[in-house]
Ligand binder design. Sequence first.
Ligand SMILES: C[S@@+](CC[C@H](N)C(=O)[O-])C[C@H]1O[C@@H](n2cnc3c(N)ncnc32)[C@H](O)[C@@H]1O
Length: 253
Amino acid sequence: MRDMAQSTVHRAQDIQQNPNQSNPVPCALSPELIITKTLDGSDTLFVPELNEHYHSTFGAVQESRYVYIEQGLMAVDAMIDPVSVFEVGFGTGLNTLLTDLTAKAQRREVRYTAIELYPIERTILESLNYTSFLSEPDANEKFMKIHEAPWEKAHQLNPHFRLTKLKADLRSFDTPESAFDVVYFDAFAPEVLPDLWTVGIFEKMFRMLRQEGILVTYSCKGIVKQNMKEAGFSIKRLPGPPGKWEMLRARKK
Ligand SMILES: C[S@@+](CC[C@H](N)C(=O)[O-])C[C@H]1O[C@@H](n2cnc3c(N)ncnc32)[C@H](O)[C@@H]1O
């Protein structure tokens, strides 16, 4: 499970439930997705069928900011502009939104490609509290634009941010070579969906990164490190976001 690295105390039963919880909304991934509140006050989704959350239950926004923005996007050489990002698992669009906001704040251009096999229904997305949770006044406008952008095509959402959403299966996705500076690897946990954490998948990620490109992920499981190394990556263990001991940053040398 996503949060087992440090503790299993804060599981679904410990999280304050969103009123929407009594009214689960059906989606293609699972008969129901349940909105729950994480410990930093931001929402996430729980998939009962997989017993898995979309984000850390210790804090969804906190995890996304730390793992993907601070240790991923901000760790890309400052000389690289525009930065090309590839996200595994677009999900709620939270990582995408935080990247768009950071691109604006840093005056750095980002070209963002995200893959997602099971897009979430609009009704669920509109119930998430990310835009009221975040302090940036344009968060809501950006969130709406991100979700309104049609799939399979590049869209220049603003001068800093170009978005391409791909509805595809990562396992059969034909990845472009040496096209990205950073991969946000945000798949469901390896014990839940092991076939997204194989040597073969990491070889794909390796090929699609440029030399010195990085991959960041919240998982620090032994099998993940082992498979990344076998795929050719150099691994660095980093302190995890609040509630987790470690996370991983892998580099293509
Ligand atoms: C942990 S969630 C991602 C959370 C997301 N990054 C966010 O900010 O909300 C994992 C995502 O991977 C998607 N997924 C599962 N299997 C997939 C596959 N084979 N190919 C592409 N995406 C997949 C799920 O539907 C889910 O949205």
